[in-house]
Design a protein around this ligand. Structure first.
Ligand SMILES: Cc1cc2nc3c(=O)[nH]c(=O)nc-3n(C[C@H](O)[C@H](O)[C@H](O)COP(=O)(O)OP(=O)(O)OC[C@H]3O[C@@H](n4cnc5c(N)ncnc54)[C@H](O)[C@@H]3O)c2cc1C
Length: 381
């Protein structure tokens, strides 16, 4: 087993780091205030290959893999975690189209998504409960050459900025009665609804998508009727959970940097607080959380690239990294004393951002359920 990135991945990391440090900070204050994603950044990210990192070159992508995607998201998140939150859901949309789309759908929708001319969403969650995917109520009824969609999706990332929506809706009974559709935001009856006002990851817009007799051409069915549950679950396993773990890695990088910097600068008793053993232990714990989360998350990226089944590893990386980010951000706040809860210091934002990663992409309890099943299977149960 080799723990080494390829030269191409190392170059990608450096290029994205340089880009993120230069281009993102001017937008961060407004993102916090308005809760809006800076769509002006999309074209530049498109040119750099960030948006199409996992899309094949024939559809305008960079043709790199899941591990490269994690590197991209981590580096963006080091500077501002809300940016990779939005981009990781955009990738979920490109992943769904690449995996289940027919040639015509891929040629139509993927190039503009990769260039940053359009933005994508994947809409699964409904007010009736995100964990219970099989219980969703949005319906899609075939009527001549159109499907008519009715219902409401909630907590959808990029809701108010996205043009291309991959929507899961009910075409029949039970878990096998779900299907995926490509909906354009200006199809009749499609509308972005309420905007959420989140405590963290504020610059990644979250809100509702409403379907009121929404007319979707029959050819916009994505995959086969009845495959919607597989589309939703596979997209979450292969893209959503690793993506959220990578957002958490970005947060952990930021947390460690802020903790080390503050501990080095703050003087008590005539010396830096980094000389106090209690502070050193806090920093060591944050470092351990970052490194363990990295190993788990990079492993999932590698497994996806090797086409190895990784449902449990994906759930583990997501659940561990997101909780580690929240735990470590709290420790960094303690290192800061009361400065840590002041708006001028980044650690309070990083804690708010980390808390928001925990339910996004599936809750910790659902991730543990996946891990529990894997643990039983190790003993043939
Ligand atoms: C920032 C953010 C972005 C998001 N982006 C998207 C998006 O782009 N697209 C999308 O479709 N969704 C998105 N979501 C929704 C997210 O996936 C759901 O919120 C999540 O799946 C949980 O669903 P819920 O909020 O309805 O909680 P519920 O499903 O109602 O869960 C409530 C509680 O019950 C627990 N629970 C549920 N079932 C079980 C069980 N079987 N065993 C044990 N405990 C259980 C849960 O863990 C939780 O603690 C986003 C959420 C956030 C916060």
């Amino acid at each position: 087993m080799e723990f080494k990135f390829s030269d191409r991945e190392e170059l990608l990391r450096k290029t994205v780091r340089d880009y993120a440090e230069k281009e993102i900070p001017p937008y961060m204050e407004a993102m916090e205030e308005t809760g809006e994603f800076p769509v002006e950044l999309l074209k530049g990210m498109g040119q750099m290959g960030i948006l199409g990192v996992i899309t094949a070159p024939e559809y305008g992508g960079a043709g790199m893999g899941a591990l490269a995607r994690i590197v991209v998201l981590e580096e963006l998140g080091r500077v501002c975690p809300a940016i990779p939150m939005a981009i990781q859901v955009h990738h979920m949309c490109t992943y769904a189209l690449s995996t289940w789309g027919n040639e015509e759908q891929k040629k139509k929708y993927l190039p503009p998504l990769c260039k940053g001319e359009t933005m994508g969403v994947v809409a699964v969650t409904e007010p009736s409960g995100g964990s219970d995917v099989g219980g969703m109520q949005t319906t899609a009824k075939l009527d001549g050459d159109k499907y008519i969609l009715n219902g409401r999706k909630c907590f959808i990332t990029n809701s108010h900025h996205a043009d291309t929506w991959v929507v899961i809706a009910r075409t029949g009974e039970g878990g096998k009665g779900l299907s995926a559709f490509i909906v354009e935001n200006d199809f009749p009856g499609a509308k972005a609804g309420r905007k959420e006002n989140k405590v963290g990851l504020r610059g990644a817009n979250t809100g509702e998508l409403a379907f009121n007799n929404c007319e979707v051409p029959k050819e916009n069915l994505l995959g086969n009727e009845g495959d919607g549950m597989t589309t939703a679950i596979q997209d979450i396993v292969q893209c959503g959970r690793p993506g959220m773990a990578a957002v958490a890695l970005g947060i952990l990088n930021g947390v460690l940097e802020q903790a080390v910097k503050f501990a080095g600068e703050r003087t008590l008793y005539g010396k830096s607080i980094s000389k106090l053993q209690a502070i050193q232990w806090h920093i060591a714990d944050i470092y351990a959380d970052l490194e363990i989360s990295r190993l788990l998350t990079y492993r999932v990226g590698w497994m996806i690239d090797q086409k190895i089944n990784c449902a449990a590893e994906s759930a583990l990386a997501k659940q561990f990294a997101c909780e580690a980010a929240a735990r470590s951000a709290r420790k960094a706040i303690e290192i800061h004393g009361s400065y840590g809860i002041m708006h001028e210091y980044a650690v309070q934002r990083l804690l708010r951002d980390a808390v928001v990663t925990i339910p996004a992409g599936g809750t910790a309890e659902i991730a543990k359920l996946v891990m529990f099943r894997q643990a039983l299977s190790m003993f043939g149960l």
